[in-house]
Design a protein around this ligand. Structure first.
Ligand SMILES: Cc1cc2nc3c(=O)[nH]c(=O)nc-3n(C[C@H](O)[C@H](O)[C@H](O)COP(=O)(O)OP(=O)(O)OC[C@H]3O[C@@H](n4cnc5c(N)ncnc54)[C@H](O)[C@@H]3O)c2cc1C
Length: 704
């Protein structure tokens, strides 16, 4: 159904409500419709479910006199329709008058309303209560702006999937939370959640509201972001990831809440899986809301082509941390005095503006992460059941499977969740995603799933050494010197790109030569010619993706054809694309440029040669395993891949240490295979843990 059709259905529905036309109301709504109206002393308040619930609501509505001084406004996007308006009236039995500034968030599926959430505009109600006789109806936009405050680039308010971002909990869902929570009364204007706090509690608003405000990029002043209304909850992904909160949350009036302590929150999620789905979806949408609007964003100042900036941006993207890049030339008169006041000069770039009073000059990824509060202190005496090196697809799958089996799990990554898959713009051969998904999307979802099961995700931290430190545990030493103990280890460190053996190559890596093709790289070469080197799937995907925004893609392939190295669907699409020119039997011959890449030359076996002014080249010619640090610890094959045991699959030459994904000798080098191995390894690992513990128990018994 089109947006216009959905709006018409909603208009018809409300017209039928106005006429008390029960038949029409039922015909326009799904049988399992759910309509939640907040409030306590309001006759219509409560959760109204199904056609019976609607009949009951119509009955209650008929006991009131209601009028709309002005037609409500309908704002729609796809199957979601917002109705914003103002109603006045009185309850017939008591003669009590009311004014209601309302926002209904409605979902329409297959021509019927399935879901209505009313967001009561508590601020407007409070204002109305203070006013006598004739309250001033709020303009619709203003009323709506009391719930969400952030604007899209076109100036409209961002209400994208509002009913899922700010879900209103049903009576039953609130009752399900009560055993895990304590009820508290909080005075008006009190700070209940503070920017920078970790170990957050989960707060459900029963009465009143909590407003969140944050400083937005470069801003000194806090701006309101969102109002958490009655029946919704205040918290976001920081609660699960245990990272610092990006905004302050303050009560707008005397507010009653249910407080679930941080330590009890996971118990609630495991005990109430349906509720957990609602909460996690809201957390993910809130994160995307923050990313869209740079809420609590780090501002990086530097040139996009600077490899140091690229590293910082990759880390922040992988950590789903809001950030924004400002090129030095783009700093206007508002930004310049501020940089001067911090003593930041061109030679100090790249710089990272974290918050008012805190700017980092030339930070490393680790320094930036530390300043953002993302580097936690690790417990040196705690023994984890499972430590995983690498959070690419294989490591994340092992983490989710391990933790869901009850293993106390910690995962380390040198950069952040995603691995090689995180550098792919579109993965189309992963089961269940017919339209494909980006590697970063896959990793972000998997990371949330891991957090839900209680996995501790730690980045940017590299593991440098593993030694067997006791009878039943290993000691892992990180590059920064921290140590962690674990009963079993999974190595999922994947691989890194192979470089080309050509003069000057190293000088241009990060200065025009790239090994990933994500949105970040695509932005660097809009409207220009580019070169891609490679004949595998990653080169083919990059060519298709980048051809959308570049002038011409020159794809250099060493072989005489692509049939043995690239999937057929990619070959067909490349051949059909007028913007991709394939050069077979061809080699790169020279690179040139001052500071960054400016010219590329190549030659084919039949003697033809080309020289073109190219500023961006993508090299995708396979990878080498990340195992340098494992030499002498576990058996590696002649190419450096980890050898695993055919009898106890995935186990390395060191019992208790397993290897999965691309880093394992003989693996398939595909996302699905990495995910499969990461999931299956847990079965063998549980067997190892059970055996190790029984050996230990019998040794202890013998000693007694
Ligand atoms: C551009 C591109 C496109 C691709 N497209 C597809 C596709 O469409 N379909 C498909 O099936 N496959 C695709 N692949 C292949 C796929 O991405 C890999 O097979 C998959 O990512 C392997 O997963 P992994 O978890 O084993 O390793 P990786 O993804 O390589 O992850 C390893 C992780 O370990 C971390 N790490 C390394 N050393 C350490 C250390 N010492 N301590 C801590 N952390 C460490 C790294 O930072 C990294 O995050 C593509 C690959 C690329 C590069």
């Amino acid at each position: 159904m089109s947006t216009e059709e959905n709006v018409k259905i909603v208009k018809d529905f409300f017209a039928a409500i106005g006429r008390s036309d029960r038949q029409a109301v039922q015909a326009l709504s799904a049988e399992d419709i759910e309509w939640i109206i907040p409030g306590e002393d309001w006759p219509l308040a409560g959760t109204h479910r199904g056609h019976e619930g609607l009949a009951d609501l119509l009955q209650k509505a008929s006991e009131m006199e209601t009028s709309l001084p002005k037609p409500p406004e309908f704002v729609a996007q796809g199957d979601r329709v917002l109705v914003v308006g103002f109603a006045t009236g009185k309850v017939k039995a008591t003669n009590r008058t009311f004014e209601d500034y309302f926002v209904f968030a409605i979902t329409v599926r297959n021509g019927k309303l399935t879901n209505i959430r009313e967001y009561v505009d508590t601020q407007a109600l409070a204002r109305a209560a203070e006013m006598d006789a004739s309250p001033r109806p709020l303009p619709a936009e203003e009323s709506w702006a009391n719930i969400v405050s952030l604007r899209n680039p076109d100036g409209s308010l961002d209400s994208f999937r509002l009913e899922e971002t700010l879900p209103l909990l049903t009576d039953e869902q609130i009752d399900a939370i009560r055993p895990f929570a304590e009820e508290q009364e909080i005075p008006a204007r009190q700070l209940v959640l503070r920017e920078g706090d970790t170990e957050l509690d989960f707060l459900v608003v029963l009465k009143g509201a909590i407003e969140f405000s944050a400083a937005r990029s470069f801003g000194k002043e806090r701006t309101p972001i969102v109002l958490i209304p009655e029946r919704s909850f205040a918290s976001d992904l920081s609660l699960l990831a245990n990272t610092p909160l990006a905004a302050d949350g303050r009560t707008t009036e005397a507010t009653r809440i249910l407080r679930v302590r941080h330590s009890d929150f996971r118990r609630l999620l495991s005990a109430e899986p349906d509720l957990a789905t609602v909460i996690l979806r809201a957390f993910v949408l809130r994160q995307s809301y923050k990313l869209r609007h740079d809420v609590g964003a780090v501002v990086l100042i530097g040139k996009a082509i600077d490899p140091d900036i690229a590293k910082l941006r990759t880390f922040l993207s992988r950590s789903d941390y809001p950030h924004k890049l400002i090129e030095p030339d783009a700093i206007d008169q508002t930004g310049k005095p501020m940089l001067d006041s911090y003593g930041v000069h061109p030679s100090d770039l790249p710089a990272a503006f974290i918050r008012e009073g805190c700017i980092l000059k030339k930070p490393s990824v680790f320094e930036l992460a530390s300043e953002l509060g993302l580097v936690e202190k690790l417990p040196s005496d705690h023994v984890y059941d499972l430590a995983i090196a690498g959070s690419g697809p294989a490591g994340l799958a092992a983490a989710v499977s391990g933790a869901s089996e009850g293993l106390d799990t910690i995962v380390f990554d040198a950069l952040g969740p995603g691995g090689q898959a995180g550098t792919s713009s579109r993965i189309e051969n992963y089961l269940g995603f017919p339209t494909g998904l980006s590697g970063q999307e896959l990793a972000s979802r998997a990371a949330v799933q891991a957090l839900k099961f209680g996995v501790r995700l730690v980045s940017p931290r590299s593991i440098d050494r593993i030694v067997k430190a006791g009878e039943d545990f290993f000691e892992l030493t990180l590059l920064d010197g921290a140590r962690v103990l674990a009963k079993a280890v999974v190595l999922a460190t994947g691989a890194v790109y192979r470089a080309l053996d050509i003069p000057e190559y190293g000088r241009f890596v990060g200065h025009g030569i790239h090994h990933a093709a994500t949105l970040m790289e695509a932005q660097l070469c809009v409207g220009e010619d580019i070169v891609i080197v490679g004949g595998g799937n990653s080169a083919g995907q990059a060519a298709l993706y980048l051809s959308k925004t570049t002038a011409q893609v020159h794809l250099l392939v060493r072989q005489k054809n692509l049939s043995s190295t690239m999937s057929t669907y990619l070959i067909e699409r490349l051949q059909a694309s007028p913007k991709v020119q394939i050069y077979f039997d061809t080699e790169l011959t020279a690179l040139a440029g001052h500071g960054s890449l400016q010219n590329v030359e190549w030659r084919s076996a039949d003697g033809r040669s080309w020289s073109k002014p190219i500023r961006n080249m993508f090299v995708m010619i396979g990878a080498v395993p990340n195992t340098e640090w494992l030499k002498g610890r576990v058996e590696l094959d002649s190419n450096g891949y980890i050898v695993t045991n055919p009898v106890s699959p995935f186990e390395t030459s060191q019992p208790g240490v397993f290897a999965v994904g691309d880093v394992r000798a003989g693996s398939s080098k595909r996302v699905a295979a990495a995910v499969g191995e990461g999931s299956v390894v847990i079965q063998y690992l549980l067997h190892y843990l059970a055996q190790a513990s029984s050996v230990l128990t019998s040794k202890k018994a013998e000693a007694v």
